[in-house]
Ligand binder design. Sequence first.
Ligand SMILES: *Cc1c(COP(=O)(O)O)cnc(C)c1O
Length: 353
Amino acid sequence: MIDTIAFPVTRTSQSGISKVDFDNLKFGAAFADHMFVVDYKNGAWGQGEIIPYGPWSFEPSMASLHYGQAIFEGLKAYKTEEGNAQIFRPSANFERFNQSALRMSMPAIPEEIFMGGLAQLIQLDKQWVPAKAGSSLYIRPFMVSTDEFLGVRIAETYRFAIICSPVGQYYNEPLRVKVEKTFSRVADGGSGNAKAAGNYAAAMYPTKLAQDQGFHQILWTDAATHSFIEESGTMNVMFLIDDTLVTPSIGSTILKGVTRDSVLTLARDRGLKVEERKVSVDEIIQALKEGRLKEAFGAGTAATIAPIALIHCDGTDYQLPNEGRPFATSILKELNNIRYGSAPDRFGWMLKL
Ligand SMILES: *Cc1c(COP(=O)(O)O)cnc(C)c1O
């Protein structure tokens, strides 16, 4: 339990929960009854409150719509066998949110508002945390600038909110990814290590081209040389080469994933050799050709662990071994056991409500 300020609550007059098909959850399509909202003006955060989920009204001149001062986070709450809700590593998301805010010249959100609002909201809507295996409540904290002003400048007013969506599995098959050598997601010194809305807008066109060619996702490479692997969609990427877990090191172009850190922690705890370093495309293709690339997978909150079945590079499809993917499978199981409360929370990751 954490100490929370109790925010005022206006309850919905009619819950929408009976309209949701919890056996067929589409990612991010249904929303829990309530949301947390707080506004920033005159240099200070106002009174946070929990209100029914619903539309906002704003003027067409709202700054975030034009200049993109908009950031977000993504984390999940899980239901334990006893029926309790618990949130996976929210402090890590809180810290990253304020790092994103700093990069986008937005005000930091105080911990008691972010964490307190989050805990109270999930407690209130805990019947929205799905109980079915593999499903969870996706939590989306975000902040947008709200100035009604068209000059390009750092905005003076902002809204922070938290909305929640019950979700099932993100990908239902192992991924086919394309090594991207034409477009870039971000460049060194840019905003790639912030969860800033514009980064995702710019990734959509190249991702669509890849999807039109039959791939699920792009494997981004560095903007300067297109020879080092960065990440994939909204996931960090990991490779099991021989008996070593290899992943690109975090820099200004790669998001510091909480799932990435959790997988590396579990891998190191098992005594597995882990390398965080530059990973070249050539090295991966070479390892594939020599049969030394045992597994590859994406790691992110939405998809958790998404195994990669095929890597496309320079016109050639390279199939990965399909022998049960023992590492990805067992690490996912270990992570899930902690998140759903069926294994001890050895690393202090779960916020129990
Ligand atoms: C959110 C995100 C990730 C994964 O981070 P998690 O904290 O594990 O969810 C990786 N890359 C990008 C670009 C992301 O937006």
